[in-house]
Design a protein around this ligand. Sequence first.
Ligand SMILES: [Zn+2]
Length: 112
Amino acid sequence: MKSDAYPMYCAPRCTAKSKRTGQPCRNPAVRGWKVCRMHGAGGGAKPGKAHPNYRHGARSQGADMLRQLINALGADSRRTIQDLTASKRTDLTRFEVSSKNEAVTHQKDDLD
Ligand SMILES: [Zn+2]
């Protein structure tokens, strides 16, 4: 009787390597993981609020991504302001980038 099932020896192998010999583990990897059951598959804490060390979420992956996005937008806007300030357009010469590069200040004495 021949089985049509996926043969066991074709299963993806564990990517762990021995500390002493440097040889690969060669055990079959757990489905959905790159390692076998003895090398950490199925282990680890749950992400997010289910993690036992979760406090307030200010340093969570989502908050970090949001912070990086905001920083990138700020840097981009500062670059744009510098480019516009460097250009010789008369209507933009009234605007100037502050010394800390944090905000755009509007000089009232130039308004006249
Ligand atoms: Zn392994």
